[in-house]
Design a protein around this ligand. Structure first.
Ligand SMILES: Cc1cc2nc3c(=O)[nH]c(=O)nc-3n(C[C@H](O)[C@H](O)[C@H](O)COP(=O)(O)OP(=O)(O)OC[C@H]3O[C@@H](n4cnc5c(N)ncnc54)[C@H](O)[C@@H]3O)c2cc1C
Length: 454
């Protein structure tokens, strides 16, 4: 049987960051197994385009994403400022197809009084968030009380004004990727983080660039097409297996979403509470569509490209035109929860990629004119649950974080847990969180190997 010192399951950013850390610490015999045909996981969620010169788009990161910015600096991966031109207009297309100029997605006809009170509500949320323990939100003061209520219930306790509630809920839903009645207040506050102002001015990185740079350093350890279906451990070793064979190791890092962990048979069975966490793990998926044009033509009409569509398939678009080329690129996010919730989409449309694309292009044409109907390329992340997690975020429902949070990173025998879902907040769920979790798990494994009795 093949032997390794450490097996990492998952060659997403967390798994590759863990492998890089272990290698830097002098740990030899590391194997990184991934069931997909190429490394990258969710950082490589967009399939490559077959149109020449069309490159995958960027992802948004914050100035507070220290692990990511540090690593990008070390690996030479560029991070760009997102220029925020205040002289151009955002658009909003309402349910009846009426197009109007908006201010950061807020309809212009929203009264100054509603705007003032929404600022007050956001200020209140920021003040509450400042009291959260971001490493372990379940230990925050009032954690149980905050985790016992949904965001919607909390908002409705503070106002009954429909205009105000719609505005604030919509913003929070866009942010979380889940409707406000399914998210716990504790999760929202942890997600908001200590510096909400920082998010106003995001940065952009090429996730593919980050994956390639990590793969250049640890790609020799990665084995693609190695789906792991079973893990067995005893007091001597741990054996990781799949149709490809078996590898025995001292330690294993599971660098994958808890939703993916639940599909791996583990013997002896982990504690029932750990399995419940995996079974009930929430996943907010979005469908990301990248629409590339010859030029960012909307800028000529004084438009920012940021548009909020409520008709057809609700979606939100943003200008992600590559800074190093003349091309124009819009990114559209469509939420995958049902139309019964505000911002939810008709699942009949989102389940059918061709129909979804055509509704999106109709919407863009409606907002930006006929040039929008002639893209150079449209690339879409697949809809629906793929083989592995495609979660954009994991907003937890009431009761979840306080009950399951303490188990997220707790090793089970020789098994250690990484992935963005195990990271501290507010990076939890982001690229930064994935890298941070990989570094933390690598450190745990290194310490455990040093402790070993020869
Ligand atoms: C559409 C979309 C847009 C996003 N936008 C942003 C953004 O703008 N900014 C931001 O910061 N973050 C964004 N994210 C989140 C970010 O991409 C993720 O947080 C990050 O990539 C997660 O990395 P990970 O290593 O934790 O997990 P993953 O990338 O999921 O890695 C897990 C790996 O494990 C493999 N695997 C799973 N099960 C098995 C098994 N049984 N055997 C072997 N291999 C297995 C998978 O193939 C995968 O490669 C976005 C995510 C999505 C989906």
């Amino acid at each position: 049987m093949e032997r390794a010192q450490v097996v990492i399951v998952g060659a997403g950013l967390s798994g590759m960051a863990a492998a890089r850390r272990l290698r830097a610490a002098g740990v030899e015999g590391v194997a990184v197994l991934d069931g997909a045909a190429r490394p990258g996981g969710r950082a490589a969620v967009m399939p490559p385009s077959d149109v020449e010169g069309v490159t995958p788009g960027g992802m948004f990161v914050q100035r507070t994403d220290r692990t990511l910015l540090g690593l990008a600096g070390e690996l030479g991966v560029p991070v760009d400022r997102v220029e925020h031109d205040t002289t151009v207009d955002d658009l909003r297309v309402d349910e009846s197809g009426e197009t109007e100029v908006s201010d950061d997605n807020v309809p212009l006809d929203v009264s100054w009084w509603t705007r003032l009170r929404s600022d007050w509500l956001f200020g209140r949320l920021a003040r509450l968030a400042a009291r959260i323990d971001f490493a372990e939100p379940w230990r925050s003061p009032d954690a149980e009380e905050l985790d016992s209520q949904t965001v919607r219930a909390w908002l409705r306790d503070r106002s009954s004004d429909r205009e105000l509630l719609t505005l604030v809920e919509e913003f929070l839903t866009l942010e979380a990727g889940f409707p406000a009645d399914r998210i716990s207040m504790l999760w929202l506050l942890a997600h908001i983080g200590p510096d909400p102002e920082e998010e106003i001015d995001p940065l952009r990185i090429s996730p593919g660039g980050l994956v390639d740079a990590l793969a250049a350093e640890v790609g020799d350890l990665v084995r693609a097409d190695h789906h792991v279906s079973r893990i067995e451990q005893d007091d001597r070793e741990v054996r990781v297996s799949g149709e490809w064979g078996v590898i025995a190791a001292d330690r294993v890092v599971l660098a994958l979403s808890p939703a993916d962990c639940r599909r791996i048979e583990i013997s002896p069975e982990p504690p029932p509470s750990r399995r419940r966490l995996e079974q009930q793990w929430p996943q907010a998926e979005i469908i990301r569509t990248e629409i590339t044009y010859w030029r960012p033509f909307w800028r000529n009409f004084g438009l920012s490209g940021e548009t909020h569509f409520e008709d057809g398939v609700p979606a939100w678009t943003i200008d992600d035109s590559p800074p190093d080329s003349d091309r124009g690129r819009l990114i559209a996010h469509t939420y995958t929860f049902g139309a019964a919730d505000p911002l939810g989409a008709d699942q009949g449309v989102t389940d059918d990629p061709a129909r979804h694309r055509s509704v999106l292009l109709d919407n863009l044409t409606h907002a930006f004119g006929p040039l929008a109907a002639e893209p150079l390329a449209v690339v879409q992340s697949a809809a629906g649950p793929g083989v592995y997690s495609r979660a954009y975020q994991s907003p937890t429902p009431p009761g979840f974080l306080t009950e399951h949070g303490p188990l997220l990173r707790a090793p089970v025998g020789r098994l250690h847990w990484a992935a963005t879902e195990t990271a501290a907040f507010p990076g939890n769920g982001t690229l930064d969180g994935a890298l941070e979790s990989g570094h933390r798990a690598a450190e745990e494994v290194r310490a455990a190997l040093l402790d070993r009795v020869p």
